[in-house]
Design a protein around this ligand. Structure first.
Ligand SMILES: Nc1ncnc2c1ncn2[C@@H]1O[C@H](COP(=O)(O)OP(=O)(O)OP(=O)(O)O)[C@@H](O)[C@H]1O
Length: 234
């Protein structure tokens, strides 16, 4: 269980206040208008920024004092995902060891993950030689090789064409289900949320406004703001 317990954060006199409970193995779509606070919520969980009050717990243990690399999360964020001076192979390998001290078995895992996301022919390239969608898939492969219990994905498919997007969505859902990984995924696409997630959180105005099972996400939701958001997206 991942718990955000009245997590309060201030940025330039603007307050954010998040509460959320994510049971192990569930897949959450974080949705809401631009600027609503979705990436801020993920950054708090990841440990890139520190709350003023409240607690973040994994299995009832507070993780607030842990630096990002000691938290049980694999992350795909919109920026600074890849190291420009390293090959794709090494960028994925970093998910297994920060100093790239990898065994043969580890390198096999890297190749397998590259294969799963369809970039196995690009392993010797450097990130600048890749398209945006290829770079996103490298970052996704790096999440896959890490043995972490949670994935934090900030718009992981934004640069992918519709066919690849559907493939990657299915892959993330399958791997997460097989490994009982919890996923928090920011997405602007209602269909992605419905196709992949078990739950949703609707974030607006720096708060988690509504949570629920994904089946209840629809144009006729009783929360007017959420219903309008869904209508606009369809
Ligand atoms: N540490 C920070 N540094 C810069 N901006 C911050 C920080 N913390 C919060 N913000 C501000 O928080 C607000 C919410 O941004 P956030 O990126 O979380 O929204 P979002 O819902 O992810 O939006 P989008 O869908 O457009 O990506 C923005 O006004 C942003 O500038």
């Amino acid at each position: 269980m991942l718990t955000l317990d009245q997590v309060r954060y201030e940025y330039q006199q603007e307050w954010f206040d998040f509460s959320l409970s994510v049971s192990q193995g569930s897949i959450w779509a974080l949705m809401g208008p631009s600027g609503a606070g979705k990436s801020t919520l993920l950054s708090l969980v990841a440990g890139f920024i520190t709350p003023r009050a409240g607690d973040i717990r994994v299995n009832e243990q507070s993780i607030l004092t842990l630096p990002p690399y000691e938290r049980p999360f694999s992350m795909l964020f919109q920026e600074h995902n890849l190291f420009s001076h390293l090959s794709v192979r090494d960028n994925i390998g970093l998910g297994l060891h920060p100093g790239l001290k990898l065994t043969r078995k580890d390198w096999d895992k890297v190749t397998d993950a590259a294969h799963q996301v369809g970039i196995e022919t690009l392993l010797e390239r450097q990130p600048e030689q890749l398209s945006g969608g290829q770079r996103q898939r490298v970052a996704l492969a790096r999440c896959f090789v890490q043995e972490r219990s949670h994935w934090l994905l900030d718009e992981p498919f934004s640069a992918l064409d519709p066919v690849l997007r559907a493939d990657m969505l299915t892959l993330v859902r399958r791997l997460a289900n097989e490994r009982n990984i919890s996923v928090l995924m920011v997405t602007h696409h209602v269909n992605d949320a419905k196709n992949m997630a078990s739950h949703f959180a609707y974030i607006d105005d720096n708060h988690v406004q509504v949570t629920g099972e994904i089946e209840t996400l629809g144009e006729s939701h009783k929360n007017e703001s959420l219903a309008a958001f869904i209508r606009a997206g369809n």
